[in-house]
Write a protein that binds this ligand. Structure first.
Ligand code: DX5
Ligand code: ZN
Length: 219
């Protein structure tokens, strides 16, 4: 399968969000990554339902909603109604993860579980078959523009081994510090979806930056 690119609108210009969504629509991007932060699970607050609904109105690509919030179950229905196609919840805040995953699927969304950099892949052993995607954080969540953590390559390999045996259709998504320098190696290691914030929106030509991540040299 060809890999997917999900630009993160956390790095977009919020005063020109429609313009930036239209740039993504016209680009080679596959999904639009939407980062929701509650100021409790992570030390930052981003945006909520009104912004997501406004994005959905203009978006021509699926919304990949990454919830960095405690007790996500309380709001899953509203995120689905706001237009989420894929919902990612953090392993670290879901004591009843199996129930949360089933609920996301009942709402008609793809279910994805996120692992923080210190959370081992092995913890997914008893739920891997139920997941559509696993999102591996390659930075500590909360902010864009951070340095990529190199241990991510090892985690992708661990997850690839687990999914090959038990859930071959699983998508592996990587989020944080992804750019033109590490993208090819991430895909080679087994990643299927690359999230990119700063490397897209800080580029002089964001459309070309997306195309560069989509068509990787040497792959
Ligand atoms: C970080 C967010 C990321 C962020 C990525 O907590 O989950 O999606 O927007 O931004 P970059 O690509 O700049 O690291
Ligand atoms: Zn994210």
């Amino acid at each position: 399968m060809n890999h997917l690119i999900a630009p993160s609108i956390l790095a977009a210009d919020f005063a020109n969000l429609q313009r930036d969504i239209e740039m993504i629509n016209a680009s080679e991007a596959d999904w639009i990554h939407v980062d929701v932060m509650d100021g409790v699970f992570v030390p930052n607050i981003s945006f909520g339902f009104p912004v997501i609904k406004a994005v959905k109105k203009h978006a021509k690509k699926p919304l990949d909603v990454h919830l960095m919030i405690v007790d996500p179950d309380r709001y899953l229905k509203e995120f689905a109604a706001a237009g989420a196609a894929i919902i990612s919840v953090h392993y670290e805040v879901c004591p009843n993860l199996h129930r949360t995953v089933q609920y996301i699927k009942e709402l008609g969304c793809k279910a994805s579980v996120v692992l923080n950099p210190h959370t081992p892949v092995a913890l997914l052993d008893d739920i891997i078959e139920d997941l559509d995607q696993v999102l591996i954080m390659s930075v500590n969540p909360g902010f864009g523009g951070q340095k990529f953590i190199a241990n991510t390559y090892k985690k992708i390999k661990d997850l690839k081994a687990l999914s090959a045996a038990r859930n071959p259709g699983l998508l592996i998504e990587i989020d944080g510090g992804v750019d033109e320098h590490n993208a090819a190696r991430l895909i080679e290691a087994g990643a299927n979806v690359l999230v990119a914030g700063n490397s897209v929106f800080s580029a002089t030509d964001p459309t070309a930056a997306i195309a560069g991540l989509k068509i990787l040299n040497g792959l």
